[in-house]
Every structure is written in C-alpha cells, then in structure tokens.
Write a protein that binds this ligand. Structure first.
Ligand SMILES: NC(=O)c1ccc[n+]([C@@H]2O[C@H](COP(=O)([O-])OP(=O)(O)OC[C@H]3O[C@@H](n4cnc5c(N)ncnc54)[C@H](O)[C@@H]3O)[C@@H](O)[C@H]2O)c1
Length: 389
C-alpha cells in the first residue's frame, strides 16, 4: 500500500495534527506545506521532509501528486478554503469548527455534494478514549435510555489560548460557544443520539475584557503556551480585539426529546471536561478526561450520596496528541480517502454542532431569548448519511 500524499494548509498550533499525518511508510506522508506567513512556513518546514512549500494555498490545488489536503487554518477561513479544495477535486480534512456560521457550513456541504469530492471534518473528540467509553456504556444500556446530558467545561488556560489571538475576535469565530464548544456539542449529540433543535444561553465577558492588550499587528507573546500566568487577572498581552464571552451557559432541547446543558469558563484553575449522562436506569460521570482516568456508573438506588458508584471503568491507555485521538482520526481519514464508507465523524454532525453553538451565541447576545436551530436540507443530509455517494 502506497502512502497517501497529503498537503497541509496552516502550520500554527495545530501542526500537531500535521505531524500525526506524517507517517512515511505507514499510510500517509506530508509532501506539501502551505502557510501564508513566510516565517511560520520556514520554521515548520524542518519538521517534515516536504518537497513543496508555498505561501499561497491555491498552488496546492492543482498539484496532481497530492491525494488529499488538511485544512488547519483559523475558523473564518474554513469556508473559502474547504470549498476551493472540494472544487479542485481534493479530498479535504477540515478542522473543527466547520465554519463560523450555519450558512457557511451549508455552503461547504453543498460544495461537497455538487463536486462529489470527499469531505471529512476533524471532530477528534469522537476518537478520544473517554468519549468512546461513555458512548459504549450508553450503547450497552448500562444506564437505560439517555434522557439528559450535562457538561461542565473548565478551561484553565483559556486566557492564554483564546484571548491572545484571533479566537478573541467575534468577527473571526462568532464566539467561544461555537469555537470551543463545537467539540462538546458534537459529543453531546453523539452520546444522546439526536441533534439540537432549540437553544438558549447566557454569557458574559467577565475577566478578560479589561486586561492589557497588544497593539494590532504584534505577534503572540514569546512563550505564550509555556509560561502561564496565575491568577487569570495577571494575564497581559491580550489580542487587540477582545469581544467574545469568557463565561457561557447553554441549554438545549434535542430532536429526540433529550435535554442538555453545556457550561464553559475560561478562568478556572484546572482544565477538564466533566460529563454527566442520566438515563432511565442510571447515571454516568467521568472523573478526568484522559487515558487512565475513570468513568463511574451508578445504576442501583435510590440512595444518598455514594462516591464510589456501582461500576468504575478506566479510560484505556493511548499514545499521541489529544489523548491518542489525533493518530486515530488521521487513520480514519486516510481509510475514508482510500475506500470511502462509514466514519465515526460526520459532516452533518459537524454542521449541527456549529448550528447549535451559533444559535446559542445569538441567544446569549439577545438576553437569553430561545432560538430555533435551522434544520439541514433533507436532501443534503441524505447524501451524507449515505456515505457521500
Ligand atoms: N481539533 C482540535 O483539537 C483542535 C485543536 C486546536 C485547533 N484546532 C483548529 O485548528 C485550526 C487552526 O488553529 P491553530 O490554533 O493552529 O491556529 P494558529 O493561529 O496557531 O495557526 C493558523 C495558521 O494558519 C495560517 N493561515 C491563516 N490563513 C491562511 C491562509 N489563507 N492560507 C495559508 N495559511 C493561513 C496562519 O499564518 C497560522 O500560521 C482552527 O480552526 C482551530 O479551531 C483544532
């Protein structure tokens, strides 16, 4: 089996994914790199043996030697770049979130259908051990039929990761309830077996609105992801535009009747996702979200507080970035490019997570008014449900 030859567009923080795709002799090799910033391109080139470097992504689209393209650029560029790749006939791995608006997602889905080119959206949490374990527990019926899902997301390094660059600017992301939460909204949908139809949310910019910012055009500070500041109010060198919320809470009703809630805070001391799923015959909760952490189930009762639970499951060991999810998702993408077929990620689900996050952001900026989530064109949904055939 020959390696798939992959071109990567965008070599910032998410170069971790490009490195997971570079496995010469083991299925895929990165042979072409693109970043619009020449300094970044030069710096990252040494980590790959890429034959071709360019600052203009359009130059990758005509190269017959590329089997697929990975798009790792900021969210507001996804729609244009993904559509251009699809129209050039290049199968595309598009990072999450799919786009920053519902319309942007639908334009990408329509381009995939029109061109017949394979589209894959990188919701790597579907390949995280803790998520797969929770899904297995639910599918085996250990907690009965899932009825409500509650997620708390503690983002300790939020001030550094999300308020020192483009993430903090709503024109480039819509907001963090879409940008960051797209992962968990997708997982909520996957665990609950439905898609959100109605949302409301509250949120605010509580801590990072008043801290010192950098001048426009100045790069992210040296060591910005190594030297974390504490307490959060000690953070400096924020992006010159900061107008997204650092706290948000969101409620959802799904099309199968499940009710869910998601909460996100960017100034916690610790980083962790905490999920609780309550079914008709029990409840699960994760304690830690990486390899070696646990998911506990309580499925006898009723009782008072019981810290131990009835069953404790361990999240399996894994190698690689994002708790082993990145090598797994890349392997799935390569299989999909070669053979097609069913995948654990889904472009329709990716669109539905953006749609829920987008409408929740509209709600929180409108005093918490409930909003309906626009339905996807059923013909488009059918095309993707049928494996893009
Ligand atoms: N799935 C995950 O776990 C995960 C984790 C982190 C980031 N992401 C996603 O990956 C994407 C990239 O995030 P990041 O943190 O690496 O951003 P980043 O700002 O660190 O890097 C983005 C890079 O893209 C380049 N770029 C911008 N526009 C370009 C264009 N038109 N052509 C070529 N290069 C261009 C920039 O110069 C920069 O080097 C985002 O969509 C983000 O949501 C996903």
């Amino acid at each position: 089996m020959e390696d798939l030859r992959i071109g990567v567009i965008g070599l910032g923080l998410r170069t971790s994914l490009a490195l997971a795709a570079h496995r010469p002799g083991k299925g895929s090799v990165v042979t072409a790199l693109c970043d619009s910033d020449p300094a970044v391109l030069k710096r990252q080139a040494g980590r790959f043996e890429a034959e071709y470097l360019t600052e203009d992504y359009r130059e990758l689209l005509d190269r017959p030697d590329l089997d697929a393209i990975v798009v790792n650029t900021p969210d507001d560029t996804h729609e244009r770049l993904a559509i251009d790749c699809l129209e050039a006939g290049k199968p595309v791995y598009l990072e999450k979130p799919m786009a920053i608006t519902v319309e942007g997602c639908d334009n990408i889905l329509r381009a995939a259908r029109r061109t017949g080119t394979k589209l894959y959206v990188g919701h790597n949490m579907r390949h995280m051990g803790v998520v797969r374990l929770m899904r297995d527990i639910i599918r085996k019926g250990v907690i009965g039929e899932p009825k409500t899902v509650w997620v708390r997301h503690f983002v300790s390094y939020g001030g550094d990761y999300y308020f020192k660059d483009w993430h903090a600017d709503r024109t480039r992301t819509t907001g963090l309830l879409l940008q960051k939460a797209a992962h968990d909204l997708d997982v909520i949908h996957w665990l609950a077996g439905g898609y959100t139809t109605r949302v409301n949310a509250f949120g605010d910019l509580m801590v990072y609105g008043d801290l010192p910012r950098r001048e426009p055009g100045t790069p992210r500070p040296e060591g910005w992801l190594k030297d974390f500041d504490w307490p959060p109010t000690a953070r400096r060198d924020l992006h010159h535009v900061v107008d997204v919320e650092d706290v948000s809470v969101m409620n959802m009703r799904l099309d199968n009747g499940v009710i869910a809630a998601y909460q996100q805070c960017h100034f916690t001391p610790d980083y962790v996702r905490n999920y609780t799923v309550i079914g008709t015959e029990g409840r699960l909760e994760n304690f830690g979200d990486g390899p070696g952490d646990t998911v506990k189930v309580w499925n006898t009762g009723p009782a008072g507080y019981r810290g131990e639970g009835d069953i404790t499951y361990k999240v399996p060991a894994a190698q690689g970035s994002h708790g082993g999810a990145d090598p797994e998702i890349l392997a799935e993408f390569c299989r999909f490019v070669r053979d097609g077929g069913v995948t654990d990620t889904s472009p329709v689900a990716a669109r539905m997570s953006v749609a829920a996050g987008y409408m929740a952001t509209m709600s929180l900026r409108d005093g918490g008014m409930p909003y309906d989530v626009p339905a996807l064109d059923p013909e488009l949904a059918a095309y993707f449900d049928n494996g893009q055939r």
